[in-house]
Design a binder for this molecule. Sequence first.
Ligand SMILES: [Zn+2]
Length: 610
Amino acid sequence: MRWSRWRSFQIFVFVLGVFPVGALSSAWAATDYKIILTHPDQHLMQVEITLPAGSAVRELQLPVWNALYQVRDFSQYVNWVRAQDPAGRALPVTEINDSRWQVTGAEHGAIVDYEIFADSIGPFGAQLNSHHAFLNLAQVLMYPVDARGDGMYVRFGSLPAGWRVATPLSEADGKFHADNYDRLVDSPVEIGDFKEADFDQGGAPYRVIVDAEPADYDMNKIVEMLRKIVASATGWMEDRPFEYYMFLYHFPRGPAGGGMEHAYSTAIEVSADVVEHSPELLESITAHEFFHLWNVKRIRPQGLEPVDYTKENYTRALWFSEGCTSTAADFIELRAGLMSEAQFERQIASGITELERRPAHLTQSAEESSLDSWLEGNAYYRRADRSISYYNKGELLGIILDLQLREASGGKTSLRELFQWMNDRYAKPGRFFPESAGVREAGEAVSHADLRAFFQKYVEGTEEIPWNDFFRTVGLRLAESKNIIADAGFSASRNFDGPMTVAQVKAESDAEKLGLRTGDVILEINGRSVGEESADSVSGMNTGDTITVKVRGRGGEKELKWKVSGREEVTYDLKDAAEITPAQRARRSAWLKGEAETSSPMRAKEMQAK
Ligand SMILES: [Zn+2]
């Protein structure tokens, strides 16, 4: 996934980053869901679950998390639960804990129904309103604990006139089918009056669903971008493990939530403003989420399987599953002509600047950052001296691991071969990789090098990365410059659906003296609502400018005004080395294509076929 946490602004550190239907074993065993859009204007739905005859006692669980690595306690939105037998007689329902219910007397089958409120934004939420419905099904559908692995059907009722349903699930007679609950809830659902387009690329059909104001985007341009990305990504992996894939876009006018990956689809939400003015951001989120269909959905760390919907699922490998997905997306964009060499190198340098400016890069490792993802909803945790981002460090680890593999193998292998090896070894046979050790093993298998020191220092450990040792191999050097940047004395960040909150106030600063406190909610900066505030407009301030901040804290609302001071910060840039040897030049050229210097036999065959 990719969401706005790491794009939140910081006033004294402005650079915070300026993811087949089979036959049912037995039809009678299927769980049948009906989702009734009862009151769109009140965000209320009714869910009916028909359980087949079987055990007298059945338990139903609503997940506490899905999609985002955050416990969100979806059961808070369940207004009531009741049950009856097929003859219409009421059955007892007992609450076991805050997200599990038990139904007794269900031996002849049961119909359980409940009312649930849905108004969570973002591609990992569930929302019903008078405009549309977007459903993360794990947020609204309880599963029978004893039948989570069995076939499931879902249908939708009381659709307002003109609304249609889009989902990657297969449909027959108005019912959508999944082999099991995991597959069901890995399938986002859009219901409304959306626009759609279909295209074929390399023999596979793709479907595009867009929910946005028609004036805010050009469907032809979206399809043109998608053709380039899917051709480049499937070519890079030399694989296409799906028969059909769906892109689901929301382009709201206002803040947007990022992207969410699925095995056969992705749901992406970016603001209409980004679509118009920063199409490169739409491209990079799309490439990232599409590559996830391999990395994390199929090349999957053991820590995430089997999914436990009742509590946190810990993995040390999000630096790889998320961060290296961004690295792969960079190579996919470079190959597709969607990113230039200069843009690629600027992005790496700004990632290094972001990582080096966070003091926590010396205290929290990439693996610890992965384990701690479950803490990201908390403002204190998001402080620069408490945490790093596994997206940020993971993407950079992907870059230097790729350079290390090239150097160790004399240019014969790269990150591409590592991903292909893991795809063959784990994804295709349906196995899960043993966390970071599995990545190291893959790197060692394709390069024949010993990568223990690399993983100990930079993945498990917090040693400073000697950047130039890696970039020298492609004739680049990291240049450091010191700049005075505006320092308002505080930083702020937000959870995906929460308000902008003060995370840190610098001791002895004017902000502290005026009474700004950690936890205060920021309502406006310089007269503009921070809901619509972007990092760019805030970072436009200079030393000596007056900043006006309207906040809500324990003492009520107040407006504070003070002069922004300055602070020296290091900024990094990647520059050409003074002298570049032909070997470095050849390495760089292969690097920018995301491929080894000597083509793999598989790739040579592919080229011949063209
Ligand atoms: Zn992601």
